[in-house]
Design a protein around this ligand. Structure first.
Ligand code: RAM
Length: 338
């Protein structure tokens, strides 16, 4: 082989290799973008808008992730099933869902997992068979204790409390209410729970339910609303009924929606974890599982990006963070964030 032919061949090989490399790189770039669907209880809930902010933050940190933020118009399992079926048809890589019903979603999520889609639940969990893992906002017993303590702190002589929740099938609210009842029984014998009603995370329905409680229980001292939608609707109802100072509203709320109600005195204090962090952590967890960088199993540590790891319990449930308590001293500061 003479020099010219050798050089020609070498040149050809380099060119072919380079072309091949270019193709692989662009194919990889296309294949690499991971689509993570964040399915919320319903669209239009401020809490989940903050979750979406956090999900986008995680996606831009990861660089190769696209967030599909979606959910039904009402907090129903039927609505979420429709949304999930359409995500399966789109072949998304992962679904992170806050469930309206822990059991009703299992068949459709099993179908998603069979098609190779990574499924996690966060905030409001799905039963074990329908997801790889659940990311709790915070420890359930701690949320239960925090809810009843905030009520008790403003009713030293005890008395009647009522709960205004989200939907009757919401996994998270039901777990918190149960945890609250346990804490009440153990530590607050003078507090009596007279009613639990549901506003379905709809402002107008929650407002009407709060009005109903105010009318039906003239001795009511506190409304505990473990839903961001219900707590602000209940505060508004208390203000409109001129019951501020007589009925205290507490529960889980967004500082941005509650600051005004703390100022009127309708709510002395309320709690929440950081919902932006929750969206960020749920996205990181979904990414790590879908990219096979982690596997959900009891005892496994799953990365939540800059927030560290969450360790899964025997039911593959991990915890994201801690609840903060907000009152007149700090609500304005946090209202600027979420
Ligand atoms: C509502 C939703 C959500 C819950 C918060 C506290 O926004 O029901 O699931 O975590 O309240």
């Amino acid at each position: 082989m003479n020099i010219t032919r050798k050089t020609f061949l070498r040149g050809l090989t380099t060119a072919t290799l380079a072309a091949g490399l270019m193709m692989t790189t662009s194919a990889m770039a296309q294949a690499k973008e991971m689509r993570i669907a964040v399915v919320v209880k319903a669209l239009g809930i401020g809490f989940f808008d903050a979750v979406d902010k956090g999900a986008e933050k995680a996606a831009s940190e990861l660089g190769d992730v696209k967030i599909i933020y979606t959910g039904p118009t009402n907090t129903t399992a039927e609505g979420q099933i429709q949304v999930i079926n359409s995500l399966i048809a789109q072949h998304v890589d992962a679904i992170a869902i806050s469930a309206n019903d822990q059991d009703a979603l299992v068949p459709v999520l099993k179908k998603a997992m069979k098609r190779g889609i990574t499924v996690i639940s966060f905030d409001s969990g799905v039963a074990k068979a329908g997801r790889e893992m659940q990311l709790d906002d915070s420890s359930t017993p701690l949320i239960g204790k925090t809810l009843i303590k905030m009520a008790a702190d403003n009713m030293p002589d005890g008395g009647e409390v009522a709960v205004l929740s989200a939907s009757a099938t919401a996994t998270n609210q039901n777990a918190w209410i149960d945890a609250m009842k346990i804490a009440m029984k153990a530590d607050y014998p003078k507090i009596k729970l007279v009613s639990v009603v549901y506003g379905d995370d709809l402002s107008d329905k929650s407002y009407r339910q709060a009005q109903g409680l105010i009318k039906k229980y003239p001795d009511l001292k506190t409304i505990i609303a473990p839903s961001t939608v219900a707590i602000s609707a209940a505060s508004q109802a208390v203000e409109d009924a001129k019951m501020t100072g007589k009925i205290n509203v507490t529960g889980l709320g967004l500082p941005s929606q509650m600051a005004a109600h703390v100022k009127t005195g309708a709510s002395k204090s309320f709690a929440l974890w950081n919902p932006i962090d929750l969206g960020y952590a749920a996205t990181m967890v979904a990414y790590n599982l879908a990219a096979k960088k982690a596997k959900a199993a009891p005892g496994a540590k799953i990365g939540m990006g800059k927030m560290g790891d969450t360790t899964l319990n025997k039911d593959n449930v991990g915890v994201m963070g801690k609840p903060f308590v907000f009152d007149a001293s700090n609500v304005d500061k946090y209202a600027k964030m979420f």
